[in-house]
Ligand binder design. Structure first.
Ligand SMILES: C[S@@+](CC[C@H](N)C(=O)[O-])C[C@H]1O[C@@H](n2cnc3c(N)ncnc32)[C@H](O)[C@@H]1O
Length: 281
């Protein structure tokens, strides 16, 4: 008997295979990509199929479940690098109002931007600190798992067509200057002043496996742990706790939280909405 075959079968089949693949990844490795936006997910999975030279998602799944190295490569493909300058402006407003005064109390302090992607967040913080007269007193360490984005971040060239949006973000984040002072428009994009990040240390660091590497007075990690399953989130909370000096600030942004984490009671909220926490013990 021939089984009924409907229209759009290939797409349906691909959808089934992707769902099985994500379920497999979740059960085997603990990474939860099941709620990723389907279109971008499909593109990234196809890219990995090309990379592994397999014809079907099921074949990729077979490889992946048996070989953690393939999982690592897919993880890099899946690491979403979407970012923006002064993204979620109210976060920067709160950082300016609540974290800057704390940083001012130190002659010298360190800020870790974990999961910095292509650098838009780093340049935003560098601008904010410059405006607060803290450039020389705060050293930024910017890290990401993905070396390619770090290389991009060092260049500080961002798409020109984003500048209108970023200018609005900057103003909503409490910026009082003319945003265009900070970049020059070139054929390849908006090139931000190199001196903004002269003192920034860019490095590769994997939050899932690497250890603490310094003592920080503030850590920002936004839109990164949302891609992590609970045990990995807890590992990272532990890492951040160990990496913070006493009274240091953990700045997570609205999408992440340390609530329900074993480390929750070691912090007090500086801003519950923007998820700024101060280490208190
Ligand atoms: C969506 S971007 C967020 C960028 C920026 N923090 C922001 O909020 O705009 C997430 C970044 O986290 C990085 N990432 C993913 N897994 C990571 C890991 N295990 N360790 C360090 N960075 C990771 C990705 O490479 C990506 O650049």
């Amino acid at each position: 008997m021939a089984l009924p075959v409907g229209r759009g079968d290939e797409l349906d089949l691909e959808q089934i295979e992707i769902e099985l693949l994500l379920e497999g990844i979740h059960r085997r490795y603990g990474f939860d990509f099941r709620q990723y936006a389907p279109a971008s997910l499909r593109r990234r999975v196809r890219r990995r199929m090309d990379g592994e030279k397999v014809e079907t998602i099921s074949a990729l799944q077979d490889l992946l479940l048996h070989d953690p190295a393939v999982m690592e490569r897919l993880l890099l493909d899946l690491s979403v690098n979407v970012t923006a300058m002064f993204r979620d402006p109210t976060f920067f407003l709160s950082f300016r109002e609540k974290v800057v005064p704390l940083l001012r109390t130190y002659p010298f302090s360190r800020l870790w931007v974990a999961g910095c992607s292509t650098g838009e967040e780093v340049y935003s913080l560098a601008i904010l600190l410059a405006e607060e007269g803290l450039s020389d007193r705060v050293r930024i360490y910017a890290t990401d798992i993905n070396e390619a984005v770090i290389e991009q971040a060092k260049h500080g060239v961002f798409p020109l067509d984003k500048m209108q949006e970023y200018t609005q973000n900057y103003i909503r984040a409490g910026g009082a200057r003319s945003f265009s002072e900070y970049y020059v428009a070139r054929y390849d994009g908006a090139r931000f002043a190199g001196e903004l990040v002269d003192g920034v240390l860019f490095a590769q660091h994997n939050l899932a496996s690497d250890a603490a590497f310094n003592e920080f007075n503030a850590i920002t990690c936004r839109n990164v742990m949302i891609y992590f399953a609970q045990p990995l989130q807890q590992r990272v909370h532990e890492l951040f706790y160990e990496s913070l000096a006493m009274f240091g600030v953990l700045a997570l942004g609205q999408k992440e939280t340390i609530r329900f984490s074993p480390r929750e009671s070691f912090f007090e909220a500086l801003d519950a909405e923007e998820r700024l926490y101060k280490k208190i013990r």
